[in-house]
Design a protein around this ligand. Structure first.
Ligand SMILES: NC(=O)c1ccc[n+]([C@@H]2O[C@H](COP(=O)([O-])OP(=O)(O)OC[C@H]3O[C@@H](n4cnc5c(N)ncnc54)[C@H](O)[C@@H]3O)[C@@H](O)[C@H]2O)c1
Length: 324
């Protein structure tokens, strides 16, 4: 009973992978006050010690939080394990070789989390996130609700930002989702897009800010897809906005908020798709994904979703018998 109370009260998050994304997430999470304890794990011990010291020196400025380096035994009583570990592409390496390496890394971490009898939620961030979420689900043996990927939560934020700029409406009054693969085949769910509470199909014809709104929509959607490429070309990686997107998902889980988020989740027949993970609007709480929202998508959107699913199917099949 005491154990149960302690587990429920202390909000412990373990972050495996203390690189740019992992450390930026910890920095934002510490400031948010959502977690009581943040434990970092990385196979590069120098980096790990450096990141922890750098973060912990901010303690006087954060809400009260413990930040420390840890090990696999920390998974046991954590409510959330966030996996940002991985390697990046080397010269001459194929995408498949990189995929196999990262699947091995994330798969073995997921196994360790399960072996340590963690009762919380596993959140995969490493790319390709949809495929690696699938690998983590299979290798952990957990139920599908508890293994989720950050999916297109970041892409949906980029979409909202661009729409907000274009329409001249506060981003908080713009509701919009990118769905499917976190990658080149993701698509904008225009049928679910609302500006100032009005469905965009009704908003655009009466808004006087632009005349070629059909073309503008296409450009905005493409800009969302290209965002990561642009940032990586400029500075080599993306980590600030994804760190904040992860804090949003963390809040939904640690506070049981039932937030609607486009996380990557295992589909089991929804939209006629089976046995892959991709992003749909989901209700996320302390139990993980408790509901996949089956929105009535347009025919074009369903086609895009099936296209994304096909691409992910091929990637998963290429890994089968090697990793899963
Ligand atoms: N899903 C998203 O929206 C999104 C956005 C940005 C980046 N990412 C992905 O996040 C991942 C991390 O990006 P980054 O910029 O932080 O990379 P990074 O190279 O800075 O950090 C990765 C860290 O993982 C560690 N690591 C590797 N194998 C490990 C293992 N077995 N156990 C523990 N630690 C291990 C490395 O030592 C390194 O510190 C990448 O796969 C990147 O593509 C995802």
């Amino acid at each position: 009973m005491i154990e149960k109370i302690l587990f429920e009260q202390r909000r412990k998050v373990v972050v495996t992978g203390a690189g740019l994304v992992g450390a930026t997430y910890c920095y934002a999470l510490a400031q948010s006050g959502i977690a009581d304890e943040i434990v970092l794990i990385d196979r590069n011990d120098n980096l790990l010690q450096g990141q922890v010291l750098d973060l912990i020196h901010g303690q006087p400025f954060f809400p009260t939080v413990i930040i420390r380096a840890g090990s696999a035994s920390d998974y046991a009583d954590s409510q959330l394990v966030v996996i940002t570990a991985g390697v990046s592409q080397r010269p001459g390496e194929t995408r498949l070789q990189l995929l196999i390496k990262n699947a091995e890394i994330v798969g073995s971490i997921a196994e360790e989390v399960a072996e340590n009898k963690c009762k919380g939620i596993m959140l995969i961030v490493s790319n390709p996130v949809d495929v690696l979420t699938y690998v983590a689900l299979k290798r952990s043996g957990w139920e599908r609700s508890r293994v989720i990927g950050s999916g297109t939560v970041l892409d949906s934020a980029r979409f909202r930002h661009l729409l907000s700029n274009h329409c001249g409406v506060d981003v908080h009054n713009v509701h919009a989702y990118m769905l499917g693969e976190h990658g080149d085949s993701e698509f904008a769910a225009w049928s679910m897009t609302h500006v100032a509470g009005i469905n965009i199909d009704e908003y655009c014809p009466v808004c006087e800010k632009c005349t070629d709104w059909k073309n503008q929509r296409r450009l905005i959607e493409q800009q969302v897809r290209d965002s990561a490429y642009h940032i990586i070309n400029y500075k080599g990686s993306t980590h600030y906005a994804v760190g904040l997107a992860l804090v949003k998902i963390t809040g939904a889980i640690l506070r049981g908020q039932n937030s609607v988020l486009t996380v990557s989740t295992f589909l089991d027949g929804e939209f006629g798709i089976t046995d892959i993970c991709l992003s749909m609007p989901c209700i996320v709480s302390d139990k993980g994904v408790t509901q996949i929202i089956k929105s009535p998508l347009s025919k074009d959107e369903v086609d895009s979703l099936l296209r994304s699913a096909g691409i992910l199917r091929d990637a998963i099949d290429s890994l089968k018998s090697i990793i899963i």
